[in-house]
Ligand binder design. Sequence first.
Ligand code: 5GP
Ligand code: ZN
Length: 111
Amino acid sequence: MSCVFCRIVAGELPSTLVLESERVLAFRDIRPAAPVHVLVVPKAHVDSLFELEDRELAGELLWAAAEVARREQLTGGFRLIANTRHDGGQEVGHLHLHVVGGRRLGPMLAR
Ligand code: 5GP
Ligand code: ZN
C-alpha cells in the first residue's frame, strides 16, 4: 500500500488521532500551519474531492470537520480547506479536509 493516508488508517504509520467515526478519521497534520491543524479523511481511499460521489460520506466528512473544531474549542472560528488536484495544490492523493485554526488567519493560506 503506497498511499500515506491509507497507511495511517490501517495503523501502519503513526498519527495523533483527534476523532474516529464509522467511515472517517481525523489526525493532526505532521507540519502544522497553525496551532490547530487537523486532517479529516475518509477511511476508504478516495483520490480527491473531485471523485467524492457518496453523499453520506460527504456529510460525515463535513460533520467530522465541525466536530473536530468543537473538540479543539475553536470558538473564535477556523478555516476548512480542501486542496484538490494539481491546480488546487493537492500533495497527498487521498481526499482530506484541513481544519485550521487557533490564530487569526490571513486572507489566503497555501496549506
Ligand atoms: P495537501 O497539500 O495535499 O492538501 O496537504 C497534505 C498535508 O498532509 C500536508 O499539510 C502535510 O503536512 C500532511 N502530511 C503529509 N504526510 C503526512 C503524514 O505522514 N502524516 C501526517 N499527519 N500528515 C502528513
Ligand atoms: Zn489512500
